[in-house]
Design a protein around this ligand. Sequence first.
Ligand code: CA
Length: 231
Amino acid sequence: MDAERLRLLLIEDNLPLASAIMHMLQAQGHLVDFAADGRTGLRMALAAPPDVLLLDLGLPGLDGIGVCQRLRAGSDRHVPVLMLTARDALDDKLQGFASGADDYLVKPFDDAELLARCLALARRHHIGQPHLLRIGPLNVDRRDGSAWREGVALHLQPQSLPQRILLALADAWPRTVTRSELIQRLWGDEAPPSDPLRSHLYLLRQALDRPFQGEMLRTVHGVGFRLEAMP
Ligand code: CA
């Protein structure tokens, strides 16, 4: 099935392990690009976003968390990230999620598990439906950020910050997007002082939730924001 043929990018500095993973995935019919260090891998992921990024946490130079953060800040689409981590670095999984990983696997993992996670991540991110994100009653068109809830178009200015916040949350759904990730994505390293998100989140709530029953935009206290599919 063609929709199941994934374009994957593996960033891993352990060459025997990288080679084993690539052979396994290629044997299953998937296309696998490879980088042995974070900077090269990040460049490749930004130039040609893969269906899923397999990202080793412990990399020389720019590590997995750094790659993930820069990818989130630099890419205007959500690249699903599967973080690969050693057991003794397991505490880092929380840091991994905070930096924007979608899932993680502890080494050593078996082939079937790796494959299953890749397929699940790719499906969750709508392979074969690249333009339209569906989150419960909400549809978001990735191409221009236009959105409908219960079939009614939302009043959001094209390219406005509230619209870009909605797109970021829809791309990441069902994951919670951290406050710092959102700020990075909207402003890069030039975030305005004080609480730059506040007024834009207010405007987004006015458009997304106020005319309807139930709050889709949820605040996860101390963490960030997410969309609720069944408000
Ligand atoms: Ca490593």
